[in-house]
Design a protein around this ligand. Sequence first.
Ligand code: 4NP
Length: 153
Amino acid sequence: MCNYKVNVLMVCLGNICRSPLAEGILKSKLDPSRYLVSSAGTANYHKGKLPDSRSIAVARKNGVDITDQKAAQFIKADFRKYDHIFVMDVENYKNVLALATTKQDKDKVSLILDEISKGEYLEVPDPYYGGDSGFEHVYSLLDAACKSIAIRI
Ligand code: 4NP
């Protein structure tokens, strides 16, 4: 029997709005004995904090609990730890790639919406400065992307 778990990391800027939702949604679709899903931000503004209350609320509304999460910053060592790194937008994609040292590192990184619209460079919009509807929109984009990830991963 193989005990290896596939390790997946979701990345945004602050790790309090988008990537915690992506982590919670993907976890809810995968067998935890076979997959480890986590999240991080390229910035450290919110290190150690709970997800934004609006992310917690939209997740809860959809039956997903993300209140066990604490914000962390993406670090170079994450390239060794994770098999797949899904990034929310182009800016953060560039920030993650800037820390890659090998082709193997780079090949692990993709824009999460490539899952549902390959090659269009679509981004999960940053909902931080907007209202609740932005969080609903982010949730539906991430749910669609995570459905696809869970099928193929
Ligand atoms: P996230 O959203 O990257 O989806 O977690 C943000 C959270 C906080 C800030 C920006 C984006 N901020 O500027 O503090």
